[in-house]
Write a protein that binds this ligand. Structure first.
Ligand code: SAH
Length: 213
């Protein structure tokens, strides 16, 4: 678990690649420059950590592509102390980006192996999300709602109603919607009943799985 000058150089380069693709939020770019992404991957993939690519993290899951993480985070507009719910903890990389922006993060993972290893990893790295939860993100986290922002990091066949209902007025839900391919979608809660919806480009995610119990 080493972070070297070489890693830092590669991260700076990665942040430049992501900026060249259209990300302008300096805090998001700073997170990419700072967070040691190679430590979130199996060491056998270390050489690939600073390419702008998604990679397998075990249990058929992937760590999202840095550009995708940056794009979603930028759309979320995270202010300091914002209360954010993340669905799909995975490797924890997106969580670390949110923590870098000083958000209070609640993160849910449904895959038990990943949940366990990533929770331990957070401890080892001194990353401090408010809660790391094993469960079904489809339902959100009603006991901690409402949230300033909710970010879904798996492809949702449809938008879970529970997530919309757990937003503050003015709160933002960033969710990739679709089956084979997903359209990045932003919902902003305008009032109790009204949501503004905006669609962005297409992306590819592993599926958001609903527990049928
Ligand atoms: N944010 C992660 C991306 C991981 S991929 C990262 O930066 O590495 C998406 C993750 O969503 C997977 O770990 C998958 O197990 C999880 N997932 C899928 N359906 C889910 C659900 N209903 N609730 C919570 N997590 C879910």
């Amino acid at each position: 678990m080493k972070d070297t000058l070489k890693h830092r150089g590669m991260r700076k380069n990665l942040a430049e690649v992501v900026a060249a693709k259209g990300i302008t939020d300096q805090k998001v770019l700073d997170a990419i420059k700072t967070i040691p992404r190679h430590l979130f991957l199996d060491s056998s993939f270390e050489d690939h950590a600073y390419q702008d690519k998604a990679f397998p993290i075990g249990a058929d899951q992937t760590i999202s592509q840095p550009y995708t993480v940056a794009f979603q985070t930028e759309l979320l507009k995270v202010g300091p102390n914002a209360k954010i719910l993340e669905i799909g903890t995975g490797s924890g990389y997106q969580t670390a980006v949110l923590l870098h922006l000083r958000a209070k993060v609640y993160t849910i993972e449904r895959q038990s192996e990943l949940f366990k290893t990533t929770r331990l990893f957070f401890n080892k790295m001194h990353y401090r999300p408010k809660k790391v939860i094993f469960g079904d993100g489809y339902k959100g986290l009603p006991q901690e709602a409402p949230f300033d922002g909710i970010i879904v990091t798996a492809g949702a066949p449809e938008v879970p109603r529970a997530l919309l209902s757990q937003l503050k007025i003015g709160g933002r839900l960033v969710i990739p919607v679709g089956v084979d391919e997903q359209i990045m979608t932003l919902f902003v809660r305008k009032s109790e009943k009204e949501f503004e919806k905006k669609e962005f480009g297409s992306f590819r995610f592993v599926p958001l799985l609903e527990d049928k119990n």
